[in-house]
Design a protein around this ligand. Structure first.
Ligand code: KIV
Ligand code: ZN
Length: 538
């Protein structure tokens, strides 16, 4: 479809060429100039959208989540470091501790706008102002169902409160975001009236929350289009994921004119959560070519940090950040990806772009090419029949439902090819771990490292942490822990556990290994020692 500028260009060129067929050069020149204007004003050209993160407020409202004070500060620092435009640090009026946290986050003096949430009452606004936030986010329910059942105010009263509270906020601070809670279920004519009132009273941005996640992307596009046309104020959008549409609705809002998006890390939030930071950012950046200012290469790291703090694991199939996003198992896919990664990946999003890694995984669908490639990376070169036998064994293990790690593959190759692989860097001799309710978990290890005996001790957050730190302390090479997964095999306190670990060597190469047994600490130690030994097997 031609836009207005393109049509104008077309008709003007046509008119000139019809009027004077001998002035081709002039026509060409004018067409070029107009084309420049067209490109400049094309609605698909790059524009910016700012990202407002509410992990510390709506995200913390996820049932079962309570970040510690330190974790909140660390999340705030991380969000600021990766370029988030504004952080909703909390709801200061909700408790003394919350107020102290918001104040402390503000005192970090981060390169981002610190926002506090407030109901439309002066006491809540006062609590935000006491924290010295840069922006107050004030909300009031506007849908009939919420208005009548939560605050019991008439439509007129809500308009009056909106005007008064925003006026009050603006007397004390420069930035005020106004949310019409349950906006999408509010009568839309009335909603426009509410937003106009807010804008007239001095709201610097209006937020359109889909509080119970019920709108569709086309509905959102129509609604935001109307608000954009009828209200003179920048628009922000806050979508819940009850039907799995939070990200799609957020993107639809941007298509219709919203200039700010509210997100949470890993899509945390009330009930089914909010729009996910990584997904929203990557859709805007990679598909829509819209600049968000987010350091995309730190998205995976951010997701893992919040997963660790929240105790909510990232599903392997989670878009952008999940373990499987750039993993390839089937023979056809792995073979294609080895030739050109874009064969079976989006291409417009690579693992490097988001701080992820591409992996050829070993499973029941694995092909010869992938196995050969993985072995050749550690200089193991099997013959044709040996390769067939190795692939066969890998598939047999995978068919039993077990994960096959790099370490398992090398063991299989070693057996099939009847070879002794090069020396082990680390040979664990003894490990002792002390833990209890009144002591800091401490671990001591004795090991042969490149043939020499070494002893090292370390403390940690828990016995596993202490044990892994003690082992890292004894290793001369710079090896870093990248992933740590623990699975209980069958329930019960006597369950077996299976630990998989990925470590990164100095060259940035990643190695996976596992350990299992009935002791979590010893299984973790076994996995780490196996992984470290892989790094010396080059
Ligand atoms: O979902 C919602 O409506 C909210 C508001 C406070 C913006 O979280
Ligand atoms: Zn919400």
């Amino acid at each position: 479809m031609l836009n207005f500028a393109e049509m104008a260009c077309f008709f003007l060129c046509l008119k000139i060429s019809l009027n004077n067929s001998h002035t081709n050069k002039v026509v060409w020149l004018l067409a070029r100039i107009l084309r420049g204007i067209v490109i400049f004003s094309d609605s698909s050209a790059k524009k910016d959208v700012t990202v407002f993160d509410t992990t510390l407020r709506d995200g913390e409202q996820t049932p079962g989540i309570a970040f510690t004070f330190e974790q909140k500060l660390q999340i705030a620092r991380q969000l600021s470091d990766i370029g988030v435009h504004a952080i909703e640090a909390g709801f200061p009026a909700s408790s003394k501790a919350e107020k102290e946290t918001v104040s402390a986050i503000k005192k970090l003096d981060l390169e981002t706008t610190i926002c506090g949430l407030a109901r439309s009452v002066k006491a809540d606004v006062g609590a935000c102002l006491d924290c010295d936030v840069d922006m107050v986010h004030v909300f009031i329910p506007t849908s009939d169902i919420q208005r009548e059942n939560t605050i019991n105010k008439s439509r007129e009263e809500v308009l009056a409160i909106t005007s008064e509270i925003i006026g009050y906020i603006r007397e004390h601070t420069d930035k005020c975001m106004f949310s019409a809670m349950d906006a999408t279920r509010t009568d839309w004519d009335y909603l426009i009236e509410v937003f106009r009132t807010a804008a007239d009273a001095g709201a610097t941005i209006i937020n359109v929350p889909d509080t119970v996640g019920v709108i569709s992307p086309s509905g959102m596009k129509t609604l935001i289009g109307r608000i954009h046309r009828d209200v003179n104020c920048p628009i922000d959008v806050h979508c819940h994921n009850d039907f799995g549409l939070a990200v799609a609705n957020t993107i639809a809002a941007v298509e219709a004119g919203a200039s700010q998006v509210q997100v949470t890390v890993n899509g945390l939030g009330e009930r089914a959560g909010n729009a996910d930071l990584a997904q929203t950012t990557m859709i805007l950046e990679a598909i829509y070519r819209i600049n968000t200012g987010i350091k995309k290469e730190r998205l995976v790291e951010t997701s893992r940090l919040v997963s660790r703090f929240s105790g909510i694991a990232i599903p392997p199939t989670q878009p952008i950040v999940g373990e499987n996003v750039f993993s390839h198992e089937s023979g056809i896919h792995s073979h294609g990806v080895m030739k050109n990664a874009a064969t079976f990946e989006p291409g417009i999003m690579t693992p490097e772009m988001v701080g992820h890694r591409r992996r050829l995984t070993l499973g029941k669908h694995v092909g010869r090419h992938a196995v050969n490639q993985m072995l050749s990376e550690v200089h193991i070169v099997p013959g044709e029949t040996q390769l067939d036998a190795i692939v066969e064994k890998v598939k047999a293990i995978a068919n039993k439902g077990k994960r096959v790690t790099d370490a398992d593959l090398y063991e299989i190759a070693q057996t099939v090819m009847e070879i002794e692989l090069s020396h082990k860097m680390l040979d664990l001799m003894d490990i002792a771990i002390m833990t209890g309710n009144h002591m800091i978990p401490t671990a001591s290890v004795k090991a042969m490292v490149n043939g020499k005996e070494h002893i090292f001790s370390a403390v940690g957050n828990g016995p596993v942490d202490a044990a892994l730190k003690a082992i890292f302390g004894i290793v001369p090479a710079r090896v870093q822990l990248k992933e740590f997964n623990i699975e209980a095999i069958a329930g019960g306190s006597d369950a077996m556990c299976h630990v998989t670990i990925a470590v990164e060597d100095e060259q940035g190469k990643i190695y996976d290994a596992s350990g299992s047994g009935d002791d979590i600490v010893l299984s973790s130690v076994e996995a780490l020692v196996n992984a470290i030994n892989l790094t010396s097997r080059k």
